[in-house]
Ligand binder design. Structure first.
Ligand code: FVH
Length: 289
């Protein structure tokens, strides 16, 4: 019997296994392509011959595969083995997928905990690796010490969909930011400015802008988008035209910039020109486009 089983030894599953081993846990592993288990075996992991053996080896099963369909594909044939165990699924997915997986696991007598990994593999095991969890409180509490080996844990409640919801929202923020960064670097690069020269300026600007987020949160929660920083939507929509025109003039694609402009225009057309940018959240909520 081992302490933990890890199913899926891609870049992330390998990092998870190493973090458990580093903390002295006895770990059983399984991967579709067995070759990926070899390096971990050399570090002390026990390699299971089948998914079923892997599931039966430990009271807690950590799964980290590419997508949810593959999780179901791998575990459905061995459902009987899950009974009485805790399944911790760290595969990226949607809240709906997590809730369906939770229902399936609970039906088969398992505790189900869903997770969202807010880290890249080299961060795993360090305190800056944030792992979001939701689902069975009992399952989480029983294994929180072992899961602590992966980084900083944050439990978000019994609804299994909460971890993926937070994960996706954080990724949405990240990709929005990254898209803007790509645009900025393409634009400055087209003028011969090295990225290394521009990035420090960009970082301090983004840090300054980030300081306004708590105020945004207050406005959004209150549903009051009155602009009191002299930067209303109408003004920003006019200035945004320059982002598009300057990009075009420099031969830079505007494909990342146009959706935001479309939303701003919709806000102005809806009479929100004098409101703050936060009023766009209401527009996003009002339609699934
Ligand atoms: N890597 C990262 O930076 C991110 C950080 C945030 C969380 N994500 C999510 O973690 C999941 C796994 O990601 P990964 O980086 O480990 O991905 P890969 O290295 O591509 O490994 C994929 C594993 O999935 C196995 N697999 C794929 N299809 C199947 C299948 N049909 N049946 C069984 N296993 C399957 C694959 O096996 P193999 O190709 O080695 O045989 C790998 O073990 C993911 O949800 C990220 O979004 C990572």
């Amino acid at each position: 019997m081992s302490d933990i089983t890890v199913i899926g030894l891609g870049a992330m599953g390998t990092a998870l296994t190493e973090a458990f081993l580093d903390k002295g846990h006895v770990v059983t592993v399984w991967n579709r392509s067995p070759a990926k288990a070899q390096a971990l075996a050399a570090k002390g992991a026990i390699v299971a011959a089948s998914v079923e053996d892997a599931v039966r080896a430990s009271p807690v099963i950590v799964v980290c595969l590419l997508v949810y369909d593959t999780v179901h594909e791998a575990l459905a044939p061995v459902w009987e083995a899950l009974s009485g165990r805790t399944l911790v699924n760290l595969t990226n997915g949607t809240p709906e997928q997590a809730r369906a997986m939770s229902q399936w696991a609970v039906t088969h007598g398992a505790n189900y905990v869903d997770g969202g990994i807010m880290a890249v593999p080299p961060m795993i095991g360090g305190q800056h690796a944030l792992i979001l969890y939701s689902g069975s409180r009992q399952g989480f509490d029983m294994h929180s010490e072992q899961l602590g080996a992966l980084g900083t844990s944050k439990y978000l409640g019994e609804d299994a969909g909460m971890a993926p919801l937070h994960d996706i929202a954080l990724l949405a923020g990240m990709y929005g930011l990254f898209g803007g960064v790509m645009q900025a670097l393409a634009l400055t690069g087209s003028a011969g400015i090295p990225a290394g020269e521009f990035v420090p300026l960009l970082m301090s600007w983004l840090q300054a802008m980030q300081g306004g987020l708590p105020k945004w949160a207050e406005q959004i929660d209150a549903g009051d988008h009155t602009s009191d920083v002299a930067s209303n939507l109408g003004m920003q929509a006019e200035a945004y035209v320059n982002l598009i025109d300057a990009s075009k003039a420099a031969g830079i694609s505007t494909e990342l910039m146009l959706p935001m402009q479309g939303l701003m225009k919709r806000g102005v057309a809806a009479g929100k020109a004098n409101a703050d940018l936060t009023s766009l959240v209401e527009l996003l909520r009002s339609q699934n486009r």
